[in-house]
Design a protein around this ligand. Structure first.
Ligand SMILES: NC(=O)c1ccc[n+]([C@@H]2O[C@H](COP(=O)([O-])OP(=O)(O)OC[C@H]3O[C@@H](n4cnc5c(N)ncnc54)[C@H](O)[C@@H]3O)[C@@H](O)[C@H]2O)c1
Length: 359
């Protein structure tokens, strides 16, 4: 297939582009930067366009017209940015992505749209005076694509603008499906993790996703900071599992994913952020530690101090993956410890390469 992949040089995009090329597809990749696809840049089936999709005059329509399938991964996808630049998050994640979707509608092209598990928001059990018998029962935190209700925080907690922008885009795609027969598949990733997830922070105000913060702290012996004690829980999904599922959505055998929303995640990999920090520190001490660097302490910091005003968070989210299993025969295979260790090994090795090249 000829595939137009937007945001193809991000974390998920770079792994997906590699897989698409390996499977023999012809890929046009659009992104602001190309570092994460460096190993594939010379591939005969890859055309890389360094392009800001917000700038005027680029040929979105022509690229969509020439493709058999469009995959859109472009977004601000980092909680630090939802707090700092909420308007830009809305503009990119909704307005700019809508232009891509509408080009697909105009040209009758199938779109795979990356959305987010953040659309589900918080659990009902987390609400004050929640009338649930056993708040710890995972049933209260297990989210299903077509039946779960969404609970988001107030407008003043502007972190939710990311969730809202993604949710509105999903609703517009659904409406185009109803009114114009538009064919899309919406992917809701649950905390993918793996090599190239983020660059480690370079300067004081860089705020990558939590894994990269912890990794940076381990490599430098600085404190691992838990926002509000790290009590929130997440299900981490290794990128190879995620790409396997995504690739089956690309193949879409028998049209099983037509106008479907699909959760991708590892329900058995649930950890609190505190447990994640502790597990990473144990793995680091056992496998990677440089004896000259002290093991970091784990400390708690208030959310608003760490992220700024408007901070809030999902307390817990577990993917219901019955749909991916039934439609695609997919189950994740990576456990939490091997997921963390393999990802950490990549960053340790990158750090050693940098140190070696700096003499
Ligand atoms: N990684 C996860 O666990 C996760 C979880 C939920 C949702 N998602 C969604 O999956 C998608 C991909 O996520 P990711 O983790 O790979 O994020 P990422 O930030 O690594 O990738 C996004 C890519 O989009 C590119 N981009 C941003 N603005 C652009 C612009 N104006 N023009 C061109 N390119 C631009 C970036 O350069 C980047 O390479 C996003 O839509 C994100 O919201 C990811």
């Amino acid at each position: 297939m000829k595939i137009l992949a937007l945001g193809a040089a991000g974390f998920i995009g770079s792994h997906l582009t590699h897989r698409l090329l390996k499977e023999g597809h012809i890929v046009t990749a659009v992104d602001l930067q190309s570092e994460k696809v460096a190993e594939d840049l010379d591939h005969a089936n890859l055309t890389f366009l360094q392009q800001d999709i917000r700038s005027a005059g680029w040929d979105l329509d022509g690229l969509v017209r020439d493709a058999d399938l469009v995959i859109d991964l472009i977004a601000y996808a980092n909680p630090g940015l939802y707090l700092r630049i909420p308007l830009e998050v809305f503009r990119l994640n909704f307005l700019e992505n809508l232009k891509i979707a509408e080009a697909c509608v105009r040209h009758g092209k199938r779109l795979i749209q990356f959305s987010t598990c953040e659309v589900y928001g918080r659990t009902a059990a987390s609400l004050q005076n929640a009338a649930v018998a056993d708040p710890e029962d995972p049933i209260h935190a297990t989210f299903s694509e077509d039946t779960s209700e969404y609970i988001l925080g107030p407008v003043a907690k502007h972190r939710w603008i990311y969730s809202c922008a993604k949710q509105l885009l999903e609703r517009v795609l659904h409406a185009y499906g109803l009114e114009h027969g538009f064919n899309y598949t919406i992917v809701r990733p649950f905390n993918f993790i793996g090599p190239k997830i983020d660059f480690l922070p370079q300067k004081e105000d860089d705020i990558p996703r939590v894994f990269s913060f912890f990794m940076d702290a381990l490599l430098n012996g600085t404190p691992m900071k838990l926002v509000n004690g790290g009590v929130n829980r997440r299900c981490y999904t290794y990128i190879d599992d995620a790409i396997e599922c995504t690739y089956r959505i690309v193949e879409n055998r028998g049209g099983v994913c037509d106008r479907q929303i699909v959760n991708i995640g590892s329900p058995h990999n649930e950890v609190s952020i505190r447990q994640m920090a502790e597990t990473m520190r144990e793995i680091y001490a056992a496998k990677f530690r440089d004896p000259a660097t002290p093991l970091p302490e784990i400390i708690s910091v208030p959310g608003e101090q760490f992220y700024g005003e408007g901070y809030d968070d999902s307390d817990r989210r577990i993917p219901d993956i019955a749909k991916a299993s039934t439609l695609l025969g997919w189950e994740p295979v990576w456990g939490i410890c091997e997921t963390l260790e393999t990802t950490m090994r990549y960053y340790v090795s990158e750090r050693r390469k940098t140190a070696a090249s700096n003499g």
